[in-house]
Design a protein around this ligand. Structure first.
Ligand SMILES: Cc1ncc(C[n+]2csc(CCOP(=O)(O)OP(=O)(O)O)c2C)c(N)n1
Ligand code: SF4
Ligand SMILES: [Mg+2]
Length: 316
């Protein structure tokens, strides 16, 4: 009996793709923070991005990952310089295009942990469309957006998350455009894991990264990360050391409830921190693996040129 594509896809196991990379060879040791630290980061002293980098090293060390098990990818921006500072496989790609590049890696090497880093401009302006589409496709990767509410590398322009009234080189009299809400956008686009954290709370950043890495699907972390040069004090209200408040998501929040997650995401700044939304649904990786498996079955025993010939014959 011929199955429809929907029937085929319905058979795709949710865990069709390994959630974690295969364990390293017993002789291989996991990387240490010391081994991972590359050149001296060129960020300004006090930049929030240092904390995210240090916690990424901690994550790799804690999970005993080796070079062949993960990759770090970024677009362009101060935050996107990230892969330069990680002594491991990585790519510093085009502004706003880190996600499509990372998707290609994830789909062709689903055994890898694919981590993508970037800023609010990279993610929500020039890369805004890729953000929505990667989320809806549920490509298995972790996207950490280091949001400083400004274009920092290019020296202070208004970003999509800059609040109303923010004075910048592009809004000398104060920003007039309403800022976006990244968590709401991610939920609406179909992301299956949406979390929010802040670089001033290291334990929380690490916990979010660990949970994201273990999620079988598109995991998104909105991480507040202060630009001390062009938006000093932006997140003081979320930092208890600066007289602010760090409120974790209420314990009784049901992270599978889309409406509840959307509502929490809309809470006025400083809002809530933690996992707002998390559901399981088949990844693009799992679906494509299944399609590939089916195709391989059909062409079993044929030589490459015969498969090619078959394809061209079909196009006639
Ligand atoms: C196609 C293209 N357009 C514009 C730029 C200039 N540019 C480089 S980084 C950047 C914004 C970076 O802001 P964000 O992503 O928030 O990173 P941050 O520097 O704040 O960490 C812009 C507009 C570019 N490099 N490429
Ligand atoms: S300009 Fe801002 S975001 Fe860029 S390195 Fe300096 S503090 Fe960090
Ligand atoms: Mg920015």
């Amino acid at each position: 009996m011929n199955e429809t594509i929907t029937e085929v896809l319905a058979r795709v196991p949710q865990s069709g793709i390994p959630v974690v990379a295969p364990p390293p060879d017993s002789e291989r040791k996991g990387l240490t923070k010391k081994e991972l630290a590359a050149d001296h980061p060129t960020w300004c002293p006090g930049c929030g991005d240092f904390s995210v980098l240090a916690l990424y090293f901690k994550l790799i060390e804690k999970r005993k990952l080796t070079h062949e098990q993960f990759v770090s990818i970024a677009g362009i921006g101060c935050s996107s310089r990230f892969p330069y500072f990680v002594q491991a496989h990585g790519v510093h790609f085009i502004h706003g295009r880190a996600l499509p590049f990372a998707s290609g890696i994830s789909l062709s090497r689903p055994d890898l942990h694919v981590f993508v880093f970037g800023g609010d401009g990279d993610a929500y302006s020039i890369g805004g469309n890729h953000f929505s589409h990667t989320a809806r496709k549920n490509v298995k990767l972790t996207y950490v957006v280091m949001d400083n509410w400004v274009y920092a590398l290019t020296k202070k322009q208004t970003s999509p998350t800059s609040p109303l009234g923010f004075k910048s080189k592009t809004d000398q009299w104060g920003a007039v455009d309403y800022p976006i809400n990244p968590m709401k956008q991610a939920i609406a686009a179909g992301a299956t894991f949406v979390a929010r954290t802040t670089s001033t709370n290291p334990n929380h950043v690490l916990a979010m990264m660990e949970a994201a890495m273990d999620h079988d699907g598109f995991s998104f972390i909105e991480c507040l990360s202060e630009c001390v040069e062009f938006y000093e004090g932006a997140f003081d209200a979320a930092n208890p050391r600066k007289g602010g408040m760090f409120k974790e998501i209420p314990k009784d929040h049901d992270a599978t409830d889309e409406q509840a997650a959307y509502q929490l995401a809309g809470t006025d700044f400083p809002g809530y921190f933690g996992i707002l939304y998390k559901i399981n649904k088949p990844t693009k990786n799992a679906k494509e693996t299944e399609i590939n498996r089916g195709m391989m079955e059909k062409v079993k025993g044929l030589k490459d040129w015969q498969i090619l010939q078959k394809n061209f014959d079909r196009l006639k």
